[in-house]
Design a protein around this ligand. Structure first.
Ligand code: PXL
Length: 273
């Protein structure tokens, strides 16, 4: 069985980060280890959320994992939040990244032109150090412009996004997958492997939910570690994320602080066949 380690926060309520990565990746038949870098009462879109940095505990966990000689087929890095946590992630990469395993990095820090609450732009330079080591960099459009030091703009053409992907690859990651890309009224993702572009677009619902990036990257990581191509992985991740958004959108009594991925899991398993 393949093993992924997911390195991000635990937001106890909010349906993002570890609480999304763990069930999605596990349901794909992949062992999912977690390294929770911080503990929050909710994700940061809620007011008055609590935040506990777990870096010291993570250092002990890393030491123990090295003693036990654990290895990972894929290292998935999501929300970090602080420079100290990014340093921890860089240390983790030094200890566990090899030529054989994959590193997927979601530089989670912003969306729709705005930084997430509590995150400083100071973390961008450290994020670029991780980008250099990534096999897959998976930003949204806002994060792409932040990494490139450009102004965010709401509307874009596909050729502009392709140029963005080329520029991001110059930072160093081998492959780029940009999410939140729109084409002819649909929404999806665009990938670039240094040579070719792949994209897939699905129905756009006029809503925005937290955690869709985490659902997407968890699915993408699961597909890649199971040997699927970038093209197939993008297709499955966009289709599954769209289904989660649809279920959330259509359920008037459902939660709106995260997506209904739980009831979409049987659909994901069909997509994986
Ligand atoms: O989904 C990204 C994410 C992860 N973790 C925390 C967040 C967010 C987005 O706001 O606040 C704590």
């Amino acid at each position: 069985m393949k093993r992924i380690v997911s390195i991000q926060d635990i937001s106890c309520i909010g349906k993002c980060s570890e609480t999304v990565a763990l069930p999605i990746i596990s349901s794909m038949g992949i062992e999912t280890a977690i390294l929770p870098t911080s503990l929050l009462s909710t994700h940061t879109a809620f007011k008055n959320f609590t935040f506990k940095n777990l870096v010291d505990e993570c250092k002990k966990i890393i030491k123990h994992w090295k003693q036990e000689k654990f290895e990972f087929d894929l290292i998935y890095i999501g929300y970090t939040g602080t420079e100290e946590i990014l340093d921890l992630v860089l240390y983790f990469i030094e200890q566990f990244k090899t030529d054989k395993n994959l590193l997927v990095f979601d530089p989670a820090m912003a969306d729709h032109g705005k930084m997430y609450s509590g995150i400083s732009k100071n973390i961008i330079e450290k994020m670029k150090e991780i980008c250099k080591k990534a096999d897959y960099l998976r930003p949204n459009l806002t994060e792409s412009t932040l990494l490139l030091g450009q102004e965010y703009k709401e509307n874009h053409t596909i050729s502009e996004i392709e140029e963005t992907a080329i520029n991001l690859s110059k930072i160093g990651p081998k492959n780029i997958v940009i999410t939140g890309v729109e084409k002819e009224g649909k929404i999806g993702a665009l990938g670039y492997n240094g040579k070719e572009f792949y994209s897939n677009f699905e129905t756009k619902y006029n809503v925005s939910y937290h955690g869709t990036g985490d659902v997407f990257t968890s699915t993408l990581s699961g597909c890649l570690v199971q040997g699927k191509s970038m093209k197939e992985a993008i297709k499955i991740a966009t289709k599954f994320t769209t289904e989660c958004v649809r279920l959330t959108y259509e359920d008037k009594n459902g939660t709106k602080y995260g997506v209904n991925f739980e009831e979409a899991l049987p659909y994901l398993l069909k997509l994986m066949l």
